[in-house]
Design a protein around this ligand. Structure first.
Ligand code: ZN
Length: 310
């Protein structure tokens, strides 16, 4: 009897030692899971608020009833009382251009050395760059955002984005989202498919900006759908990526288009509107970084705009 009791007592008193050890082994196994290693920042595709199973006491759903829109994501984010402000910056060209020769081009261009200065400022201020698909997940509460987050976006797919912006981004370990007009890929002045592959391979997000840079709000919906789905299909088939982020050409959008993008499975869409309301994932505002902007003016893009006059 005594040896058996002694064995039992030993086991009982060892439990506080053994259980934490088992816990360490389990946590270590989690750390080594291939999904975590492969994609540490990818957001889950299912919103955490969606109940995974139907309670057994609930009635069985009527299979003939009209299905509700996909519960994966809601069209309008349920805005928290204090939504985080994450600046979304909009760039077009990173190049030298004379204001007197091309005033509009100058306005859309940031000089390469100025762009490098801006990235250095971001690093010094402790900013981390989010891809747009990550920002959308942050706003939905599916991904924890770093305290100082910014999303850098480039529109239209100009070749200087590959030649000047990409090396600078890589120099600082930053990432950005590039909205591509697929009908312009390979044209003079635009990136080609090999360059887009390199963007993809360097951790950038390649996103859709229609086939022909059409003014979507002025088109019949069927034609707008051809522009939206055509650009996504081309990027997905040529690059083998999931395209979930969209930019409206010239910021031209409507509530109908926003709903269409949601139904098509996009997770966000950006406009050219300048405000700080991030509560509508398919009408996200952006700050246009002006040509000629000095580094002294750069911090302005990171301060929320005054509430009045919206
Ligand atoms: Zn554009």
């Amino acid at each position: 009897m005594f040896p058996r009791k002694q064995w039992f007592s030993t086991l009982l008193f060892s439990l506080p030692l053994i259980l934490p050890l088992l816990g360490v082994v389990w946590v270590a196994r989690l750390d080594l899971s291939p999904q975590q290693q492969a994609a540490p920042t990818v957001a889950p595709t299912v919103a955490p608020t969606v109940a995974p199973t139907v309670a057994p006491t609930e009635p069985v759903p009527d299979p003939t009833a009209t299905p509700e829109p996909s519960p994966r994501r809601s069209l309008s984010l349920l805005t928290p009382t204090d939504p985080p402000y994450i600046p979304i910056l909009m760039y077009h060209y990173v190049r030298e251009v004379e204001e007197s020769v091309d005033p509009l081009g100058f306005r859309l261009s940031v000089r390469p050395e100025r762009f490098v200065e801006q990235l250095a400022w971001l690093r010094d201020q402790g900013y981390e760059t989010l891809l747009m698909r990550e920002l959308a997940a942050c706003l939905r509460g599916e991904l924890r955002c770093p305290a100082r987050s910014v999303a850098l976006t480039f529109d239209d797919g100009y070749s200087d984005q590959f030649q000047a912006a990409l090396p600078a981004l890589q120099q600082y370990g930053f990432r950005a989202t590039f909205y591509i007009v697929t009908g312009h890929v390979g044209r003079e002045g635009y990136m080609d498919w090999e360059q887009l592959e390199q963007l993809r391979d360097r951790g950038m997000e390649v996103a859709a900006h229609t086939v022909s840079h059409a003014d979507l709000a002025s088109l019949p919906l069927e034609q707008a759908l051809v522009e939206i789905n055509g650009s996504r299909a081309a990027l997905e088939s040529r690059l083998g990526v999931d395209v979930v982020s969209f930019s409206y050409p010239a910021g031209s959008y409507s509530p109908e288009l926003a709903r269409t993008l949601w139904e098509a499975g996009f997770t966000s869409a950006v406009t050219t509107a300048q405000h700080d309301d991030l509560s509508h994932l398919y009408e996200l505002p952006r700050r246009r970084v002006l040509g000629g902007e000095t580094i002294a003016g750069y911090p302005w893009y990171f301060r929320p705009l005054p509430r009045e006059g919206r």
